[in-house]
Write a protein that binds this ligand. Structure first.
Ligand SMILES: NC(=O)c1ccc[n+]([C@@H]2O[C@H](COP(=O)([O-])OP(=O)(O)OC[C@H]3O[C@@H](n4cnc5c(N)ncnc54)[C@H](OP(=O)(O)O)[C@@H]3O)[C@@H](O)[C@H]2O)c1
Length: 225
């Protein structure tokens, strides 16, 4: 029997961290939900375990901890907190990410005159900045275009593509397998880490579409079949 990677979610009490944690725990991964507050993390993990129980999923391990306490046992660390908070987290804990696969899901967006746009980011994208701050981490930008509300509905499959941008091919392959573990998402190789900036721009477009059409959109790239 192969052991599935243990996944940590920094800021995992948020919608995206809970959604991915839920889906990947359902797929059998041990999941550690992180928070600035151990109590919030423990509560969020208990709620997710209950949700999985109702759905009849057996859970390997789903626990809540202080953000930093998730790191030692994690094989893959999701930075699932607001982008504006990343620098402070990495300044304090970044060296603990050395050698680990770090998944950047962050969209540095801002709302200007009722329209979402990408906020200027030093280094070009959230993932590029994460890598500059933690050069020994194996950063993969992914899940930026996913909708947390879809992930949180365990009774429905999640359709669409997850674009992956990374320079470390092995790390990208590991994250692609995590995408495949969530029915029926498809991973799409979107090239080097620098292309994460384009993924962030796509999210800005999706959020503008969501506002205009009062729907929750996701994306599918045609022509790759
Ligand atoms: N929501 C989506 O559909 C979606 C989709 C794709 C990507 N994303 C990206 O995923 C990330 C998380 O999104 P989200 O919607 O889950 O965000 P969120 O709910 O606003 O924040 C996630 C968690 O970050 C922590 N946090 C909030 N403010 C913080 C601060 N000042 N310092 C440190 N931690 C703080 C909170 O956890 P504690 O208070 O428990 O510490 C919060 O639960 C974002 O970067 C977003 O761009 C979101």
């Amino acid at each position: 029997m192969t052991t599935l990677a243990t996944l940590a979610f920094i800021g995992g009490t948020g919608k995206l961290g809970r959604g991915l944690g839920l889906r990947l725990a359902a797929a059998g991964h041990p999941v550690l939900i992180g928070s600035r507050s151990e109590e919030r993390a423990v509560d969020a993990a208990a709620t997710l375990r209950a949700q999985l129980g109702v759905a009849g999923c057996s859970v390997t391990r789903l626990e809540g901890r202080h953000n930093a306490a998730t790191l030692p046992q994690a094989d893959v660390v999701f930075l699932s907190l607001p982008f504006a908070m990343m620098d402070a987290f990495l300044a304090e804990h970044g060296t603990r990410l050395d050698g680990k696969i770090v998944v950047d899901v962050m969209n540095p967006l801002r709302l200007t005159d009722g329209r979402f746009e990408v906020a200027p980011v030093l280094d070009g994208s959230a993932g590029m900045r994460a890598r500059r701050l933690v050069p020994a981490a194996r950063v993969v930008s992914a899940f930026k275009n996913a909708a947390a509300s879809h992930l949180l509905r365990l009774d429905r499959s999640v359709d669409g593509d997850i674009l992956l941008a990374a320079d470390d091919a092995d790390a990208k392959a590991v994250v692609a397998d995590l995408v495949r573990a969530i029915p029926v998402l498809r991973p799409v190789d979107a090239g080097p880490l620098a292309n994460g900036a384009f993924l962030e721009a796509i999210t800005a477009l999706e959020l503008n579409l969501n506002r205009m059409h009062k729907r929750t959109t996701s994306i599918r790239i045609l022509g790759l079949e």
